[in-house]
Design a binder for this molecule. Sequence first.
Ligand code: DAU
Length: 344
Amino acid sequence: MSRSVLITGGAGFIGSNFVHFWLEEYPEDRVVVLDALTYAGNLANLQTAVTNPRFRFYPGRIEDRTVVDGICRSERITHVVNFAAESHNDRSMVDPTGLIDANVTGVGILLRASKHFDIERFLHVSTDEVYGQIENGQFRETDPLLPRTPYSAGKAGGEMLVRAYHIAYGIPTVVTRGSNTFGPYQYPEKLLPFFITRALQDRPLPLYGTGTQVREWLYVTDHCRGIRSALLNGAVGEVYNLGGGNELTNLDITKLVLQLLGKPDCLIRHVPDPRGSAHDARYALDCTRIGSLGWRPQQAMHDALERTVRWYCDHRAWWEAIVQSEAYRSFVAGYYGPILGDDL
Ligand code: DAU
């Protein structure tokens, strides 16, 4: 039977990639996007979807009960995939207000609607950051949640609501915890698109501290495939890690980017770390559980990074519109001005 899939946050980075993925993979399904179009949501990310008769877009917040209920009713939603979130650690440390609304309150509103409208499956997109940092080894789904930044604490709070709604009301929930994701349409505030777009402008790259922190990189289409596996084949009430298996220090991935762009390493600036003691040293995930559903990442790191770098080179108009906007410039000046000084 065909599905009517509500994708919240579908104008954001992973959300919009998931919209394109789903429309292509499931020609019988309808895709409904609810997105608040805050600074990181961008209708340009959905340009090819908007002409598709199986696609509908609603502007609005997941915290808005009237909007959420109205969509579930009128679009006869069968599946919810929740990408909507305030997702940037640096911003969360400056002001946690928005993240509590979206990452906690909004999740509660979606769960309430899922109960009321008897949704067949509710998938909540979470993050490996809910575990906190790990020096050696890998996190398993059964490990305790020990978040260390306001952003990851908000995501952990949202997860607790998902867990409670499943236990209390039997809502058929599934949670995925993804590792650092990269690819097309990523707002240029996260490490890779920020550094790629700055290097393309020959601007210095602010690497926090020594750059020895380790992240596990996952290409966005692999992330989308992992969410699909968990949504369609995951056990109800379960949590699934989605890790790319590619561990790199920030310094090493920055050098790779510069190499791919043909830019010199001297663009790197080691700046005082604005995340301070909340800067997680390393994330790494054990993906045995999702592996049992047949998922593993397909993209080789170097190829995926090369494709990503090429995408930003080929889509200058997309990111130039963002980096020239007043909102973006004022965030970059306010956050990086004090640590980059004249290199801003
Ligand atoms: O692990 C999954 C998480 O990955 C997601 O849940 C988050 O939404 C996503 O933002 C990302 O979190 P990180 O904080 O790891 O990502 P970000 O790209 O902001 O930073 C990656 C690393 O690069 C981190 O160690 C901080 C460092 N960094 C970042 C920026 C923006 C710098 O050294 N300089 C920078 O200017």
